[in-house]
Design a binder for this molecule. Sequence first.
Ligand code: CAA
Length: 261
Amino acid sequence: MEYILYEQKGEYAILTINREKALNALNSQVLEEISTALDEINSDEVRVLIVTGAGAKAFVAGADIGEMSTLTKAEGEAFGKKGNDVFRRLETLPIPVIAAVNGFALGGGCELAMSCDIRLCSDNAVFGQPEAGLGITPGFGGTQRLARLVGAGMAKQLIYTARNIKAEEALRIGLVNAVYAQEELLPAAEKMASVIAKNAPIAVRNCKKAINDGLEASMDEAIVIEEKLFGDCFETEDQKYGMAFFLDKNKEKVKEPFKNC
Ligand code: CAA
């Protein structure tokens, strides 16, 4: 792959968009390579994925404006579908995905971050959906995910004005979970990945599915989704071990890693 770096570090992996000269802008090739990298994740071993951008300046500065500039109506729709399909795959990946947003996250970059489960960012991060200023709408899910994350009113304000916001404002409106000094961002994401990876993997995956699927359903349907995923956990060795460990009164005992079964 030319534009994606993928590194497995024990129980988590880091996917880096590596097109630094263009501030990691997403052209068709980058999107295809993200998809290929997702195909290659070893789901028996990798329990958390971190997504970040190469360099100190940008996470992803958007979809590639050069590539988009000459698209026809049909080609524009197909390009939107290409991005949406990849981002939806990321959003529904069975394992948790943490976006480590290390700079500009504009347009498709903000949309990529919003397809992840958790967003951490550096203090130089800038978020925004500048599309209306380019004569287009957000095209990789921005109109949908931003409204779901920060509420329709704030999403409409950001999208209609095409105004960029800095890390602190992104934190205030709930677009990101935490802000770190630049050099602390990736270590913080890796630390969080390690903490998540220590919990029972099937339970964590079921939590992701319950939250994601539940948000798309009515409350009556959503609690049934949760009941089934909750019930599934009782067929796992990890549930038996986790509860037996809690109930064991021998406080000297050290908790063993969950077996993922
Ligand atoms: N597409 C293509 N190339 C891009 C790009 C993008 N989205 N963003 C940056 N680049 C390129 C620049 O063209 C430049 O290339 P050259 O060196 O060959 O000229 C290089 O990256 C460095 O960028 P700048 O010189 O512009 O760097 P800067 O520090 O002056 O500005 C910036 C940084 C404010 C992020 C600015 O690059 C910028 O505004 N980029 C575009 C941001 C944007 O509008 N993104 C939304 C795109 S539309 C979209 O994403 C639609 C969708 O929803 C799918």
